[in-house]
Design a protein around this ligand. Structure first.
Ligand code: NDP
Length: 342
């Protein structure tokens, strides 16, 4: 991180630093640490809020709540979920050649401790990059948010925003597997085509081309919405509220449209939460970390049997990391944004 941001993250807020080539690729005996070579890094919207000064409002809340992670510090590497190969280890649970995922700094090599590091079973024949997304936090977010917060029932009407993104594509497909009627919104024609033709959504629209979101939702979901999986906030949430059914559920996963703008209009329609007895609950994937084994048991058969499609947008090279990360806030990614660095 070059400096704290005050507004939308830009590529120029990040910098690449080449350290002198003196790093010994070994861990200190007795340190209980492991040295890893980082292979894939996950780009996530919360990382933008971590680029703000910790006492500047929203990021403070985010950083406090995600207590597993430290706020980013100017002059230091940013960090996030990454997939790595163990190069050297002073921890008996990890051996040279193992593959792991967990939080790592955005750098080529990291010395890390084993807390919060998950060993990857490479006999499960899936791309290693999946452990930045569908087989890690992204997947758990979609699973816990949809099944635990929304309590879906067969035949219910589900609406997902940012539906062609990392979390959204999975929520939509989980809802289809449950036998729900699923509609998604996304920010381009290409993404809408993907929702309809690849992820199996029943209907989809480009929210940027719909001047009256309320009317669009009424057209796509004339009987109303039982479940809204909220990824964007702002105007979309306001319109969704007017289209929720009585006793509907809203899983508040994220509100990306509100992370970096101070001028967002207030949500006018919040009182309908009362009249319609809507259950609206925020959550963090980390709250459900104990469900992770259950989630893997659920999702792996669907991946193996190709009953679940997973689209990744893989950019190569650490030098392209800043563009990949800030691209999330411009909707440049199609599917899960991943950075491949080795
Ligand atoms: P995505 O892969 O969905 O990427 C972000 C997408 O958001 C963009 O591609 C863009 O798609 C959309 N977007 C960006 N700006 C706006 C805007 N102003 N209005 C509407 N849409 C916008 O990211 P993730 O799937 O990783 O994250 C989705 C949401 O889930 C985020 O809000 C994130 O913070 C949250 N999240 C929450 C977690 C939790 O534990 N609660 C964990 C992980 C993610 P488009 O082209 O459609 O506009």
């Amino acid at each position: 991180l070059k400096h704290y941001i005050n507004g939308f993250p830009e590529e120029s807020d990040l910098m690449i630093v080449t350290a002198p080539d003196t790093m010994e690729l070994k861990v200190k005996p007795g340190s209980s640490t492991i040295l890893v070579k980082n292979l894939f890094l996950s780009c996530d919207p919360y990382m933008g809020t971590f680029m703000r000064e910790p006492d500047s409002g929203s990021s403070e809340v985010a950083v406090e709540t995600l207590s597993l992670l430290d706020a980013f510090i100017p002059g230091k590497p940013i960090a996030g979920v990454g997939v790595s190969e163990v190069i050297d280890s002073d921890d008996p649970c990890f051996a040279k050649g193992d593959f792991v995922w967990g939080i790592v700094d955005w750098e080529e090599y990291s010395t890390v401790n084993s807390f919060g590091r998950f060993k990857i079973d490479i006999s499960i024949n899936v791309p290693l990059s999946y452990y930045t997304g569908i087989l890690s936090v992204t997947g758990l977010t979609a699973y816990a948010g949809f099944f635990e917060i929304c309590s879906p029932k067969k035949g219910e009407a589900v609406f997902v925003s940012a539906a062609a993104g990392a979390v959204g594509q999975l929520v939509g497909q989980f809802a289809k597997l449950m036998g729900c009627y699923v509609v998604g919104s996304a920010g381009s024609k290409q993404k809408v085509d993907l929702l309809l033709n690849k992820f199996g959504f029943d209907d989809a629209f480009n929210y940027k081309e719909e001047p009256d979101l309320d009317a669009t939702l009424k057209r796509c979901l004339p009987q109303g919405i039982d479940i809204y999986f909220e990824n964007v906030g702002g105007k979309m949430l306001d319109s969704v509220l007017m289209n929720m059914k009585v006793h509907g559920r809203i899983a508040v996963c994220g509100m990306i449209s509100q992370y970096h703008t101070e001028t967002q209009e207030g949500i006018k329609n919040l009182p309908v939460v009362v009249y319609k007895r809507i259950k609206m609950q925020g959550f963090l994937a980390f709250d459900f970390i104990d469900r992770f084994p259950k989630y893997l048991e659920f999702v792996l058969p669907y991946i193996k049997e190709r009953k679940l499609v997973y689209v990744e947008d893989i950019v190569e090279g650490l030098e392209n990391g800043p563009a990949a990360l800030v691209g999330l806030f411009r909707g440049q990614n199609i599917g899960k944004q991943v950075l491949k660095i080795a």
